[in-house]
Design a protein around this ligand. Structure first.
Ligand SMILES: Nc1nc2c(c(=O)[nH]1)N[C@H]1C(S)=C(S)[C@@H](COP(=O)(O)OP(=O)(O)OC[C@H]3O[C@@H](n4cnc5c(=O)[nH]c(N)nc54)[C@H](O)[C@@H]3O)O[C@H]1N2
Ligand SMILES: Nc1nc2c(c(=O)[nH]1)N[C@H]1C(S)=C(S)[C@@H](COP(=O)(O)OP(=O)(O)OC[C@H]3O[C@@H](n4cnc5c(=O)[nH]c(N)nc54)[C@H](O)[C@@H]3O)O[C@H]1N2
Ligand code: SF4
Ligand SMILES: [Mo]
Length: 762
């Protein structure tokens, strides 16, 4: 045994946890090549020492023996370890075969959630997709937040400018369909939300939560209202109705810039709190009180997230939420909702106006669904794989995604994957999806990479920057080498192609475009000088440094003393805080009109669908038989738990130990009416599938609503995740229906699924 004195070998590093959107600072104690302890970083000014149970397992993830370190290649039907050379030859040959037989449009590229937590994909995915020549791109966005992209794109012309609730300064936060105590926030990066929420009450601010389950967040709120799943859009309309009816509309500073107020008034004119009450389950007096509270608060924010986006009227809901914020003078105002000013971005606000934003530049082959942000709906993937004809998807490149657990109607998708001719996965596990792959290329572990949460620091309530170098030496290629090589192989340059060629091109092009742009802060400078200043960094390091140094807080390569660069951030291992969100409108408007378009034609057109559903719901509610069978069925929603992360962290023992969390929550009255017993097994049936789950009766559920978490169901042939297999749970997306969609954005419907629940005889 070589047990040197502990103190001599221990080092402590600081970085940002990359597991969810919260960007918590962590302190990692390392001995040799082992992580011995992960704690919250008390000196991180943004997260202030907070850490959740997932963050503490960063070491366990790195050391997980099931995490892939070498490529796997299918030989005689079985995935076996191979050299990188062999893996690249197999990738090249497989793609070439498919392209020759069916053309490039036969390839689907699927991108999942974890890519947003790594630097390389931020810079390399776009060239990779471009090299592939396919338009069949699917990402987690259409099982998540696509409605918000559409609303941001159409209303203010920038699909990635999200309205972020300014939690630290608000007086009233109305939160719908979000449970940040479990999720730690989404499109709302604010580490340590438990403390931020707790800080509201002492300063007299109120938190109101609207959710069909009395969640962990609802428990901490001043008020909680149950709402029937999928009906938020009607309730939001009723809030707007009250604002108009009671003369509470106030556009404030942005008044000269807002278009479409009369259209919104007309839209909601007959949707009174009284009319929507029986549909939503929120009584009229409460609705009126809440509308007045929003209008009267010194600063209020309305925030809706997953539970209002992943429903049939996700876009309409996101739209009305934006309208509420604008019409109560709470848009782009401290304490309301604001857009962010990320350190790694320029602030190009000169004057309102721009090229606008549009969707539908191409359509999906089978159902004709429009692209949004260059993507097709996840809910269309299976039909695109199954349906014969020109353009049928026959191959897949899956990158950090587990669609067989994350997408709706997942059993159908499982079969479609099994039937593909070729599948390459970039993934660290052999899981429900990657077990179908012909080649799996493992990425480096997060601790082997540089760390800057580029995506989520762009959605943060404060302008914050934090950079950390890798903790450990890499065992395999860098993430950017992997993406660059994939791009080159897809382009047809063969398995020997050298990624360095793409690295150099990307950096050179990025520099040239900035120095060639007179409006850029380094416009007119010498490209050679800038390139020389970036030397010494890795390829992604160069691209990041360029973004930081030309950002609004950047050092402009010597022109601004004390400005931000990687070198500067290296002097501040706990991060640099540059203040709260700031007002950016009207200058930030990028619509063609240069106005804030509250009533864009695309959304007015979609409203017909909303109205039809409302009229139908009213008819059903007043029908003597109590409505159609569908109306009487239970509605299934999901839920998150702080020890889970979508589908992939169940292989870490401390996160799954103890009682199974994958239970069907049922209100005791619903249970009694159906003979369901706490702890017993039931069968949950939907239009597309059925699963067996353990019943857990809970008063926290709204009657008529049941809840099953997603991301479970690990007991399948061919998976190589030993811990997860011992805690399998059941897959909820077997029940979600790919025929339902938020048609305005293509987003999948994952909440409010009609289900029947019956006891299973033991
Ligand atoms: N019913 C229901 N379904 C849902 C949801 C829901 O609430 N209810 N939520 C939806 C949402 S919000 C989302 S974002 C999606 C998520 O959908 P996905 O992104 O498809 O799913 P994840 O479970 O995050 O799977 C991540 C995959 O990346 C791999 N991975 C982990 N780290 C890395 C890495 O560093 N590099 C690479 N290359 N791979 C890595 C994991 O092994 C896993 O295969 O699921 C959606 N599906
Ligand atoms: N611990 C943990 N953290 C995570 C994740 C995780 O899996 N685990 N996933 C990450 C990802 S990818 C994302 S996108 C975020 C999501 O983060 P959040 O947006 O906070 O999502 P959830 O925690 O799923 O909360 C959604 C809430 O919507 C409610 N809901 C369902 N249907 C409706 C409805 O029709 N109306 C209303 N008003 N409410 C409804 C549900 O009961 C649930 O409480 O979390 C991220 N953080
Ligand atoms: S809340 Fe998110 S970022 Fe913070 S420690 Fe947990 S997983 Fe990591
Ligand atoms: Mo997500």
């Amino acid at each position: 045994m070589t047990t040197a004195p502990r103190a001599a070998k221990t080092r402590t590093v600081h970085r940002t946890c990359n597991l969810c959107e919260a960007t918590c600072g962590v302190r990692i104690d390392v001995e040799g090549d082992r992580v011995v302890r992960v704690r919250g970083d008390d000196e991180d000014p943004f997260s202030q020492g907070y850490i959740c149970p997932k963050g503490s397992t960063l070491g366990a993830l790195h050391h997980d023996p099931d995490r892939l370190r070498r490529p796997l290649v299918r030989r005689n039907g079985r995935l076996e370890e191979a050299s990188w050379e062999e893996a690249w030859r197999a990738v090249d040959a497989g793609f070439a075969r498919v392209f020759e037989a069916h053309g490039r449009s036969a390839l689907a590229i699927l991108v999942g959630n974890p890519v947003t937590h790594h630097l390389a994909p931020s810079f390399y995915l776009r060239p990779l997709i471009f090299s592939s020549g396919t338009r069949s791109l699917f990402t987690a966005s259409t099982v998540d937040q696509m409605p918000q992209h559409v609303v941001s794109g159409l209303l203010w012309g920038d699909p990635s400018a999200f309205p972020i609730p300014d939690i630290d300064r608000t007086d009233h936060l109305l939160m719908l369909g979000a449970n940040p105590i479990a999720s730690n926030g989404s499109l709302f990066t604010a580490p340590n939300l438990p403390a931020r929420i707790k800080a509201m009450r002492p300063r007299g601010a109120r938190l109101v939560v609207v959710d069909p389950r009395r969640t962990e967040t609802a428990e901490r709120a001043d008020e909680h209202f149950f709402i029937r799943p999928g009906t938020d859009v009607f309730w939001l309309a009723a809030l707007l109705n009250v604002l108009f009816a009671e003369g509470l509309v106030d556009l404030g500073r942005l008044e000269p810039w807002v278009e479409g107020v009369d259209e919104i008034r007309a839209l909601v004119a007959d949707l009174t709190p009284e009319r929507v009450a029986p549909i939503c389950g929120i009584d009229a007096a409460t609705t009126r009180r809440e509308a007045r509270a929003l209008a009267r608060a010194a600063a209020a924010a309305v925030y809706g997230r997953l539970g209002v986006h992943t429903v049939e009227f996700g876009t309409a809901s996101a739209w009305l939420i934006a309208c509420l914020n604008v019409l109560t003078d709470n848009f782009d105002r401290p304490g309301g909702v604001m857009t962010t000013s990320p350190v790694a971005s320029r602030i190009d606000d000169r004057e309102p106006g721009g090229r606008g934003w549009r969707m539908g530049r191409w359509k999906s082959r089978v159902s004709g669904r429009p692209e949004v942000n260059g993507e097709l709906p996840a809910a269309c993937l299976a039909e695109e794989m199954e349906t014969e004809g020109e353009g049928r998807l026959r191959a897949a490149l899956t990158i950090a995604t587990n669609p067989v657990r994350s997408y709706p109607n997942s059993d159908r998708l499982d079969r479609a994957f099994a039937d593909l001719e070729f599948h390459v996965a970039v993934d660290c596990y052999v899981n429900e999806t990657t077990r179908h792959a012909d080649v799996i290329l493992p990425p480096p572990s997060a601790l082997e990479e540089e760390n800057y949460e580029l995506t989520f620091l762009s959605n943060a309530v404060r302008s914050f920057a934090k950079y950390a170098p890798p903790v450990f030496e890499r065992e395999g290629p860098a993430d950017e080498d992997l993406y660059a090589k994939l791009a080159l192989v897809l382009r047809g340059e063969g398995p020997e192609a050298d990624p360095v060629t793409l690295h150099e091109t990307l950096v050179r092009e990025a520099v040239e475009s900035l120095v060639g742009d007179p409006s850029s802060p380094i416009g007119g400078r010498d490209a050679k000088e800038i390139l020389a200043a970036l030397e010494g960094h890795s390829p992604v390091g160069k691209l990041l440094d360029l973004r930081l140094r030309t950002g609004w807080q950047g050092d402009l390569f010597g022109d601004k003393e004390g400005g931000i660069s990687i070198a500067k951030l290296a002097e501040h291992p706990h991060g640099v805080d540059l203040g709260p969100m700031v007002e950016r409108f009207p200058a930030r408007l990028r619509t063609r009109s240069g106005r804030l378009e509250l009533a864009p034609p695309e959304l007015l057109a979609d409203w017909k669908r909303v109205r039809a559903a409302f009229d139908q719901a009213v008819a059903a509610a007043t029908a003597e038989n109590g409505g159609s069978v569908e109306e009487r069925s239970l509605r299934l929603i999901g839920r998150r738990h702080v020890r889970s992360n979508n589908s992939w962290m169940h292989n870490i023992e401390p996160l799954v130990s103890g009682r199974s969390r994958c239970t069907l929550l049922v209100h005791p009255e619903d249970a009694a009416g159906r003979g369901l017993v706490n702890g017993a097994t039931c069968e949950v049936r939907s239009r597309v599938g059925r699963v067996r789950a353990e019943v857990e009766t809970s008063e926290a559920m709204m009657p008529g609503v049941v809840s099953l978490p997603h991301g479970w169901g690990h007991d399948v042939e061919g998976m190589r995740m030993r811990v997860a297999k011992g805690h399998p749970g059941v897959p909820s997306n077997v029940l979600t229906d790919d025929a339902r969609m938020d048609l305005a954005s293509g987003n999948a419907v994952l909440n409010g699924i009609p289900v029947e629940v019956v006891p299973v005889a033991s």
